[in-house]
Write a protein that binds this ligand. Structure first.
Ligand code: DGJ
Length: 542
């Protein structure tokens, strides 16, 4: 009879973080289970463990499960070929001690366009490590992507980082890696160094041409129109295929930046196959390439980045602009899951997080400069992240399916209820962004003017349709009425509504809300100023 020797029953090694397809979206799996990144990105100079140590209580209070933190090429490879890992190890140790994960940002050849994190031995040897040049031939503080020496030096360092992670991070505290940071040509869209000038006259790579031919219907409109307007040619130089001008300069640069990133990412993945991505600084409205950092992983360049850099799992936006919804939507595609590594750490962060997870099935969300967040936005972000943490199993289950939505005001001046449909069910949502007024008995949801000095609060949430007539809402400042699809003659009533919370995915009842709190069965209300979760059951009558 066989006996079990416990000393030989090894615990299986945690599986590598990876993406898996789910419905029309993707989920991040950490140790084999769906994982939503409730992140915060630390400031550029806050990544040294000695400095960071005091901030972990803040991260915990914010209900974060992941810290997004930089790794500096100049610090990890101060002498060529000789690596110093104490900062990386310190980050991993601190995160692990708090049961948190890390997204590491490789500040390599480029950080916000510039090459400020290149080691001194790179910066001071421009013969070996050449710079980009402007139209006057002046050297820029930007390593040119048209140099194999630059690319290979970066790739060797990045590979060493991933090799080191493979050795020390056996439980996969690090779950994602960002390759470079906000790449972009500025103040001119095109590099004019000699190698770049030569490449500009070379044929457009055949794999890009093949992509144009095979994906005509799904190309980003900007790329399709540019190609067709220039004659739809299937061979020729960049200006021949796409027409001369600054927009073609950007396409050309995007291809070469992306090829460089591909080389760096592939070198890293050969050591440890973590999911990788690259982030973009978004353009201000009505600006031209070069006026904004051109050629980064921008939504109108996604075809170029996908063809040239297949080792990246997705490209990401850093969304600081107020039109969060529009930018998030542009990066949300079946072939590009949304991950927002940087967002404004404002009151609106709570709303934006709900939109990202609920409407975009985002892998994660992460306000920037998180260690310096102020009290009011911190309280609101913590409330939103707590709701997301409780709802995580449901969110993951409904990822990529039309049974979930983020609820945020579609436009600032939304005059009518926001209509959201979940299959054959219509929700009419109004948003209460002000602190709760003192209400007279029986007046639940007044819509009159509010005193001007009232505190601005977020209003938003997530709704998940968990059954034909059952929904779960989490959020703040929402009033929702229900209707059937226009084709139906039914009226929809509220059978019951309860406030509760989830513990490890299991519903825990707190109280029934069938009187004043639902305006005697007329609506569901998540009151302003307090994050709550409610479960509602509906019924239909004629
Ligand atoms: C975007 C960059 O990616 C960050 O590293 C940081 O520089 C922020 N901008 C500052 O707002």
């Amino acid at each position: 009879m066989a006996c079990t020797d416990s000393s030989t029953t090894a615990t299986p090694a945690p599986s590598l973080p990876r993406l898996e397809r789910h419905g029309s979206a993707s989920r991040l799996l950490v140790d084999g289970r769906p994982f939503l990144v409730r992140g915060g990105e630390i400031g550029n100079s806050s990544g040294e463990p000695g400095y960071l140590a005091e901030h972990w209580d803040t991260f915990e209070a914010l209900q974060m499960n992941t810290v997004v933190a930089p790794v500096y090429w100049d610090q990890v490879e101060p002498v060529e070929g000789s690596f110093a890992w104490s900062m990386v190890d310190g980050l991993i140790d601190q995160a692990r001690a708090r049961g948190m994960h890390l997204v590491l940002l490789w500040f390599g050849s480029w950080k916000n366009s510039m090459s400020c994190y290149a080691p001194a031995w790179v910066k001071t040897d421009p013969e070996r490590f050449p710079r980009s040049r402007d139209a006057h031939g002046r050297a820029l503080e930007i390593l040119t992507p048209f140099s194999e020496e630059n690319r290979d030096a970066d790739a060797r360092a990045f590979a060493a980082l991933l090799r080191h992670l493979a050795e020390v991070d056996v439980d996969h505290t690090v779950i994602l890696v960002q390759v470079e940071n906000e790449i972009g040509m500025i103040p001119e869209a095109r590099d004019r160094c000699a190698a770049a000038e030569r490449a500009y006259g070379e044929p457009v790579p055949p794999e890009l041409i093949a992509h144009l031919q095979e994906n005509g219907g799904t190309l980003t409109p900007e790329l399709r129109i540019r190609w067709q307007d220039a004659g739809g040619r299937v061979a020729g130089s960049w200006p021949e295929v796409f027409g001369p001008g600054v927009w073609t300069d950007e396409l050309f640069m995007a291809w070469h930046f992306a090829r460089y990133v591909q080389h760096v990412a592939a070198a890293g993945k050969a050591e440890l196959d973590l999911p990788m991505y690259t982030n973009a600084a978004l353009p201000r409205p009505a600006t031209l390439p070069g006026q904004y950092p051109a050629a980064g992983p921008l939504p109108h360049l996604i075809d170029i980045w996908q063809v040239a850099a297949p080792s990246l799992s997705f490209i990401s936006p850093d969304i600081y602009f107020p039109d969060f919804v529009q930018w998030a939507d542009r990066y949300t595609r079946p072939d590009n899951p949304l991950f927002v590594p940087e967002a404004l750490r404002s009151i609106e962060a709570a709303e934006n997080a709900f939109y990202a997870y609920g409407s975009c099935s985002a892998i994660g969300f992460s306000p920037f400069g998180i260690e310096t967040i102020e009290e009011a936005p911190a309280t609101m972000l913590a409330g939103a992240y707590d709701v997301v943490a409780q709802l995580s199993p449901l969110i993951s289950e409904h990822t990529g399916h039309p049974t979930m939505a983020g609820l945020v005001k579609p436009v600032e001046d939304q005059r009518f209820p926001h209509r959201v449909t979940l299959g054959d069910l219509a929700l009419n949502v109004t948003y209460e962004r002000m602190a709760a007024p003192a209400l007279a008995d029986g007046v639940i949801n007044e819509s009159g003017d509010r005193p001007r000095d009232e505190t601005r609060l977020p209003a938003g949430g997530i709704v998940i349709r968990t059954g034909a007539d059952e929904l779960v809402f989490g959020g703040i400042g929402l009033v929702v009425t229900f209707g059937p699809s226009p084709a139906s003659e039914d009226t929809i009533g509220i059978l019951s509504c309860e406030e509760g919370h989830f513990v490890d995915g299991v519903w825990q009842h707190i109280r029934w809300l069938n009187g004043d709190q639902t305006h005697q069965g007329r609506h569901l209300r998540l009151e302003p100023g307090r994050f709550t979760i409610q479960r509602i059951r509906l019924y239909r009558y004629r």
